[in-house]
Design a protein around this ligand. Structure first.
Ligand code: TXA
Ligand code: MG
Length: 321
């Protein structure tokens, strides 16, 4: 099993040696390797069982370092990152040749971000290379928001887990593509679209389709935990005799008939940021509770981080459609 700790020097040592280290970010934990070392990057795909057509995000701690891996940063992108980095924003730009094809799945673009977590920023500052890091979960499973989540699922695959506590944002970064004339949101995430638009004006938002995802890996069922998960409104109650087998993830109100200890409330006060922070551990908790056979959930208000939450819930419930 991997060691868990807060030793930045140790994390650095493993990364320099081409090994995998789990790193905390404000969104979710990442499974990191030297982005410029193809052999190290290959270990990420193997550990996650991730298809090689699904490219990785490159993490650094400064815009100067970002400039080493991308061609030019367009004016609107610059404005955006100056406002929101370090933070839950990833931008997609034309890549420089130094970025290995494995990182970008052979695409000529690279996704980059400066995450906002003191431990990881310090680690990145001490490294001479950027870190390629997808979320630190087996492919297709819910992203980890605690060091223990990583340990439970990938503990034997990583050399070290840098423990940064519970992730403050709780859903993955918002991905904005600057590959075309107009910016386009490819993945709804921890930075609300409203905030982006307040800085650079209206942006198009991709409606994810399951057939040909614009961002590879944006498959509809990507966030599904192992159990059956359905929308409360679609559920056939007449077929359910034992309500203690049902677990729910609701926004701020409880349901009648379901045992209260099975009902996870995302935010009692109806706060969407708090709801985002609680979403993945709620899914994980119910998925791992052996008494629960079915998870029922509902959409939250579709604004702010609610859009990212609904996007994840849509995909978690998609296999039912
Ligand atoms: O918050 C986050 O973004 C976390 C933390 C660890 O930074 N990372 C994360 O990585 O969510 P991952 O690999 O789980 O999701 C990255 C998404 C993938 O769906 C991938 O397809 C897309 O970004 N992506 C990466 N590079 C891309 C590229 N060149 N073109 C299109 N999509 C890309
Ligand atoms: Mg992921």
């Amino acid at each position: 099993m991997a060691t868990i700790g807060i030793d930045i020097a140790k994390a650095k040592e493993h990364l320099v040696a081409g090994e995998l280290v789990a790193i905390p970010t404000e969104t979710v934990y990442g499974l990191a390797a030297n982005a410029l070392n193809e052999e190290a990057v290959a270990k990420i795909f193997k550990a996650k069982n991730r298809p090689s057509f699904d490219p990785l995000i490159v993490h650094t701690n400064s815009i100067e370092k970002v400039e080493k891996v991308v061609e030019e940063i367009p004016a609107k992108a610059k404005k955006l990152v100056e406002t929101f980095w370090p933070g839950p924003l990833t931008i997609l730009l034309k890549k420089k040749a130094v970025v290995p094809d494995l990182v970008t799945s052979g695409l000529d673009s690279v996704a980059v971000r400066i995450p906002s977590h003191p431990l990881t920023l310090e680690l990145l500052a001490q490294l001479e290379f950027p870190l390629a890091a997808p979320s630190a979960n087996p492919f297709g499973y819910v992203s980890p928001t605690e060091a223990q989540h990583v340990e439970a699922q990938l503990g034997d695959q990583v050399s070290y887990i840098l423990d940064g506590g519970t992730c403050r944002v709780g859903v993955e970064s918002t991905i904005v593509s600057f590959l075309n004339e107009e910016p386009r949101v490819l993945r709804l995430g921890g930075l609300a679209v409203e905030k982006i638009e307040a800085v650079i004006g209206p942006v198009e938002v991709n409606q994810h389709s399951s057939s040909r995802p614009a961002a590879p890996g944006m498959l509809k069922s990507h966030y599904a935990p192992g159990k059956s998960i359905e929308l409360i409104n679609d559920f056939d109650w007449s077929k359910q005799s034992d309500f203690s087998e049902i677990g729910t993830i609701v926004f701020n109100k409880t349901l009648e008939n379901i045992p209260l200890q099975n009902q996870l409330i995302l935010s009692k006060s109806g706060d969407l940021d708090e709801a985002a922070r609680n979403l993945f551990s709620a899914l994980r908790f119910l998925d791992q509770n052996p008494n629960i056979k079915t998870i029922l959930t509902e959409f939250v208000p579709n604004e702010g981080l609610g859009r990212a939450i609904n996007d994840r819930l849509k995909r978690a419930t998609a296999h039912k459609k």
